[in-house]
Design a protein around this ligand. Structure first.
Ligand code: C2E
Ligand code: MG
Ligand code: MG
Ligand code: MG
Length: 278
């Protein structure tokens, strides 16, 4: 706000700035209502095993269908939800909905591991692991069907709560993945101290894999290091066959990306899943 610029300085917002603030404010109040109005939905994007070409796991990605504006990207509304203190309620919805969906698929005979994204503010609550475990139990689900994805920001923002939660989740059999690996400031430091299950290499290291010797060196090293540490490696955002070929040579474990499948509503996902079996 203008007063943040200091007591003795006057600042006026340009009409463009004003509009941005206005629309952020508007979106914030819409976000409040979105949960109650059922405007959130989970999409599911498969992760595919590079050796077998099969998939038995996916990532749940949140979608907001705004009544006037249409689909709004999580890149826009998740940070807003964090700022407004709404992320915990939204996060609880994501966990509950993912568990409900896993149970529904299981009833149909499909055992699919679903990964949910959990943000730093959710770890800060201190009881996120217990809430996740309680939700699993409500649906009578085995822990191996749920994974949690978190980013390095969690270790920066609330290291103690994050470490405790990871240990609790893993001790109960829920897999924990580090997301967007390589994009933070100290990616290697928490790999040293935390036991994790999966490492997801950020898309930015993979886009130029064919052209960049530097990126190939980095990705090869990440994969080798991960395997020595007993971590499974997922490559994110794969769009081209050439990336897939290189990653196969590098012994990457799983791929995720538009080349294989886009994020899909639950019905389309299970359809895709049954088809790959045929
Ligand atoms: P993320 O967890 O790293 O998810 C991967 C993002 O890459 C997704 O964007 C996905 O749709 C996109 N993607 C997948 N394959 C490709 C590809 O081949 N090319 C390109 N260009 N993109 C690809 P999305 O769904 O827009 O989500 C963006 C971010 O929003 C996620 O990044 C995650 O950080 C956050 N997010 C999404 N859902 C949730 C949620 O339920 N809770 C929280 N806390 N964050 C979420
Ligand atoms: Mg993710
Ligand atoms: Mg990611
Ligand atoms: Mg990301």
């Amino acid at each position: 706000l203008a007063k943040d610029f200091g007591r003795n300085s006057f600042r006026f917002f340009s009409s463009e700035q004003h509009q941005q603030i206005q629309s952020r404010y508007q979106m914030g109040s819409d976000l409040q209502a979105a949960l109650d109005n059922g405007e959130f939905q989970l999409y599911y994007q498969p992760k595919v095993c590079l050796q077998t070409g099969r998939s038995d796991s996916c990532e749940a990605l949140l979608r907001w269908l705004h009544p006037q504006l249409g689909f709004i990207s999580p890149v826009e509304f998740i940070p807003l939800a964090e700022d407004l203190g709404l992320i915990n309620r939204i996060g609880d919805f994501v966990i509950a909905e993912a568990c409900r969906q896993i149970a529904a698929w299981r009833k149909q005979g499909a055992e699919i591991n679903v990964a949910v994204n959990v943000s730093a503010k959710q770890f800060q609550q201190g009881d996120i692991a217990e809430r996740i475990l309680a939700t699993l139990q409500q649906q009578s689900l085995p822990a191996h069907l749920l994974s949690v994805e978190l980013t390095e920001s969690c270790f920066l923002y609330c290291p103690e709560e994050t470490k405790r939660a990871i240990n609790t989740l893993r001790s109960q059999g829920i897999q924990v993945a580090i997301d967007d690996f390589g994009t933070g400031y100290s990616s290697l430091s928490y790999i040293r101290t935390m036991e994790l299950d999966t490492l997801k290499i950020d898309r930015s290291f993979l886009v130029n894999l064919g052209d960049s010797e530097v990126d190939r060196a980095i990705v090869t090293s990440i994969i080798e290091m991960s395997h020595i540490l007993g971590l499974k490696v997922v490559a994110e955002g794969i769009e081209h066959q050439s990336q897939m070929n290189i990653l196969k040579q590098m012994s990457c474990d799983q791929l995720q990306g538009f080349l294989l499948a886009r994020p899909m509503p639950a019905d389309a996902f299970i359809n895709w899943h049954q088809h790959q079996k045929a």
